[in-house]
Design a protein around this ligand. Structure first.
Ligand code: PLP
Length: 395
């Protein structure tokens, strides 16, 4: 019999799998080109050519025993970590060294490593709705408690007054994700400054450490020159979790890193804990070939113009149909207001037109739906007549 804790998780993940299977079923009946699957955040822009070149060079030129072996430190290759630190310092004016970087199995691996390193049973982790639903499972993995700050549906910047009320002596960490999945919102510098001030004051009041975990797989996916503040500069107890899943279109390769700056309280200990956590969670080390690939591709970028064209077409198209949503500044998601209170009902109605979209309740924000526009431009253009038909049911 499976563990009690897993029963709910299995039930929830079957809902996601059901949507995936439904997409396949519809594609078999109507043809894949007539099914408009906006459910998954799987980038459809190929990885930059430099990635393939790096792979071939590494395979040809490196000693295969070293290339495919365990790394000396569970945190990854020293030269890769140094190269990443230097690149961050150049871009953001920070002063990281290689030792501040821990190579991870994507952002998901990084979040698990840092939560494993920090959380005692019963510790609270705060997240701002809407948030990536896995934060709840990751926190629960370490018997932490996820505390939710309700959404600000005006502009989806975090509600800082309510945030302040939610911080308790048990608060160990706060997770922010900007550019945000599912809204595409970038938290402004003024939001970040206020958030940092609230956290500083609460640390003082309670005499505790409250860590800010910046989950940033979408950092480079921004439009209209939006600025994404680098959070270690605003709050000392910040740990950054980065991933190449979206920025280099490598989600299946499972590669990212954590930044644990010297300014973090007991940073040596936190780094040592992250090293051990990487090992005992069973990752052992982030994939070695991928570490070397990303180190060779630090200046590479995904083709953001591709997502930008999709963003414009879908945003304008849906607005013309009568739907309302804020224009995303980053990532590749649109968060659309459901025309009926129960957004699951709306998702079911959309399915009649072969439109697959995700209910906002999966992100702790019912009444909204998420559309991932990392699909082909043709999918967007061809879906718009279907959205028009769907809209006629409501407006
Ligand atoms: N965090 C957020 C906000 C995400 O949207 C995702 C993936 O979609 C992840 C973390 C996990 O990313 P990775 O593939 O790097 O594990």
């Amino acid at each position: 019999m499976i563990a009690e804790k897993m029963k709910n998780m299995v039930a929830n993940s079957s809902a996601i799998r059901a949507m995936f299977e439904e997409g396949n079923r519809l594609a078999q009946i109507y043809g894949a080109e007539n099914v408009f699957d906006f459910s998954l955040g799987n980038p459809n822009v190929p990885a930059p050519k430099a990635v393939k070149k790096a792979i071939l060079e590494l395979i040809e030129e490196e000693d295969p025993v070293a290339l495919h072996g365990y790394t000396n430190s569970n945190c990854g290759y020293a030269e890769v970590r140094e190269a990443i630190a230097a690149s961050l310092n150049e871009r953001f004016g920070t002063t990281f060294a290689g030792k501040n970087i821990v190579m991870t199995v994507g952002a998901a691996g990084g979040l698990n490593v840092i939560l494993k390193s920090l959380i005692n049973p019963g510790d609270e982790v705060i997240a701002f709705a809407p948030y990536f639903g896995e934060y709840r499972s990751y926190t629960d993995n370490y018997d932490g408690v996820l505390v939710e700050v309700p959404p600000n549906t005006v502009d989806f910047q975090p509600k800082l007054d309510e945030f302040e009320q939610k911080i308790t002596p048990k608060t160990k960490a706060v997770i922010v994700n900007t550019p945000n999945n599912p809204t595409g919102v970038v938290y402004s510098e003024s939001t970040i400054k206020k958030l940092a001030a609230v956290m500083e004051a609460k640390q003082k009041e309670y005499g505790t450490d409250i860590f800010l975990i910046s989950d940033e797989p979408y950092r480079e996916l921004v439009y209209d020159k939006a600025e994404v503040p680098y959070l270690t500069k605003y709050y000392a107890n910040t740990v950054v979790g980065y991933s190449y899943s979206k920025s280099l279109s490598l989600p299946g390769e499972r590669i990212g890193y954590l930044v644990i700056p010297d300014e973090v309280s007991d940073s040596e200990e936190v780094l040592a804990a992250a090293n051990v956590a990487t090992r005992i969670l069973g990752f052992v080390n982030a994939p070695t070939l991928q570490q070397k690939i990303v180190a060779k591709c630090l200046n590479e970028k995904t083709d953001i113009s591709y997502y930008d064209r999709n963003r414009e077409a879908l945003y304008q198209g849906l607005k013309e149909c009568g739907f309302s949503c804020i224009k995303p500044q980053g990532a590749f998601y649109l968060f659309v207001k459901s025309p009926v209170e129960d957004e699951k009902e709306f998702c079911a109605a959309a399915k009649k037109y072969n439109l697959l979209i995700v209910p906002g309740s999966s992100f702790a924000c019912p009444g909204y739906v998420r559309l991932a526009y990392c699909v082909s431009y043709e999918t967007i253009v061809n879906s718009l007549p279907k959205f028009r038909e769907l809209a006629k049911e409501y407006f």
